[in-house]
Write a new protein. Structure first.
Length: 366
């Protein structure tokens, strides 16, 4: 349904337009809104916690128009500790929500530009690319958790997510089935995911990977982006909501912004250059993978080739660290499946990673 027609029908029905449109915009901004949590205690009926309020007549109206999902399976996540219920738009609801949001964005574009002008261009680029899908290059909802995580946790989680996204869903299902039937475990899945990693080293995809890590890592970039999201929320472009896991447990708040905001940020920051930051971040990744015992010479050479980094640069960097007995030298004579280098001092290697990630952040913020 077109927004103008929907608005005329609300007026025709004698209903106030603004609260309905505001609710649709809110739902579209966050993708889904948790509104009620049924906490599983030892007594029934379970106590219910209200998370978000909206007038009942608005909910009923959107159900009548087929804009809001109504089935329990579609709107409730049943957890061990609590059942969480969500307001979720239907496909038609998302189409209308996009129209509502785009109209609002046009109305506040001047304020948006004023906010973005106060932030480094590369920082805005990081925020935008963190919400782009590496599978198809399309913008999704931008999510920024209020509480960041440690680098090891973030790196492992984001790397696995990207490896999965580099595979087609049908292929992943097929490999899962074959692995379970042949070995009774997931060894083939992990091996296939590892091989799919090479697609991650295309420069634009790698920038998405770097951006996602930096947004989730509890560092300077994360804190600056939180400030940006707070300013955008004052323009009605971003919303802060509570987040619950599959068990129904509260895991913290996060800011959400719609794909339209992501496209706006990406367009605004199109001239940002990540060449130097990308090279340093690759060094961070290689050390972290070596710490995990998973970096072969073949993997290193593929990454270097795709990202345009010379083998000589790696040799120089490892020579410096080998003199401090942090790593071995580069394994020039090694076979493709041999280790590219070996970490000798884990604590000191992790300190090198911390210094390097700080350098990357400083490059992005200045």
């Amino acid at each position: 349904m077109e927004l103008e027609k929907f608005t005329r029908e609300l007026v025709s029905l004698g209903l106030p337009v603004e609260p309905v449109i505001d609710f649709i915009k809110t739902l579209y901004t966050v993708g889904e809104m948790p509104y009620e949590r049924e906490i599983k205690t030892g007594e029934r009926p379970y106590p219910t916690e209200t998370l978000f309020r909206v007038d009942d007549w608005i909910v009923k109206l959107l159900h009548k128009y087929g804009l809001l999902l109504s089935g329990m399976r579609e709107t409730t996540v049943y957890g061990v500790y609590a059942n969480v219920r969500y307001y979720r738009l239907t496909q038609e609801g998302f189409k209308l929500g996009s129209q509502v949001f785009q109209r609002h964005l046009r109305n506040v574009v001047g304020g948006l530009v004023s906010v973005l002008d106060r932030y480094p261009l590369r920082l805005i680029r990081v925020a935008a690319l963190s919400a782009i899908s590496p599978r198809d290059g399309r913008a999704s909802w931008l999510s920024v958790k209020v509480d960041g995580s440690d680098l090891d946790t973030v790196f492992s989680r984001v790397a696995l997510d990207f490896e999965v996204l580099m595979m087609e869903p049908e292929e992943l299902v097929r490999v899962y089935r074959v692995s379970k039937e042949a070995y009774g475990d997931l060894r083939l899945v992990f091996e296939r995911l590892r091989r799919s990693r090479v697609r991650m080293y295309e420069p634009r995809v790698y920038d998405m990977f770097m951006s996602k890590v930096l947004v989730e890592y509890d560092g300077k970039i994360h804190r600056e982006i939180l400030g940006l999201m707070e300013e955008l929320s004052s323009l009605g472009l971003v919303r802060r909501i509570p987040v619950y896991n599959s068990k129904g447990e509260y895991v913290g708040d996060e800011y959400r912004a719609s794909p339209e905001v992501v496209y706006a940020l990406e367009e605004y920051s199109s001239d940002a250059d990540f060449d130097e930051a990308r090279r340093i971040f690759l060094a961070i990744e290689l050390i972290l993978r070596a710490l995990g015992g998973t970096l072969t010479k073949r993997e290193l050479l593929i990454a270097l080739d795709k990202l345009g980094v010379s083998e000589g640069e790696v040799k120089v960097a490892l020579d410096i660290m080998s003199k401090r007995e942090i790593t071995t030298r580069y394994n020039e004579e090694g076979a493709p499946d041999s280790p590219a280098f070996i970490i000798l001092k884990e604590v000191e290697a992790k300190e090198e990673v911390k210094r390097a990630i700080s350098l990357v952040e400083n490059l992005i913020l200045h």
